[in-house]
Design a protein around this ligand. Sequence first.
Ligand SMILES: [Cu+2]
Length: 122
Amino acid sequence: MLDILVNLLGLGLIAGIVWWFWLAPKRHQSKAVEAQDKLRIVARDGVYEPDRIRIKAGEAVTLHFYRQDPTPCAEWVLFPDLEVSAQLAVNEETPVKIPATESGEYPFHCQMQMYRGTLLVE
Ligand SMILES: [Cu+2]
């Protein structure tokens, strides 16, 4: 009997996680932030802050990720279209080099695509 209860709780928890990460309505469409040396992209509570970063086309830049979330979910950041990925240290700034890129919108995300952001190249 207790088994069933535990299983039900587990299912409820999973449903909650799925809802939170994939099905919850977009919480906000944030404004794009200009990348500059001092900009930190913080990974915390399932979101990158800021999650829209603007850079100039044709210029390589270094983005500074700061991972506060110690769970494995936040461990990697991937820019699949740019073939860039980086392992992020916890509570440390990790530089991520972005090569000179043509203008466009390039998504980035953690390895499970729960954390999501967009790089705007203009
Ligand atoms: Cu993740």
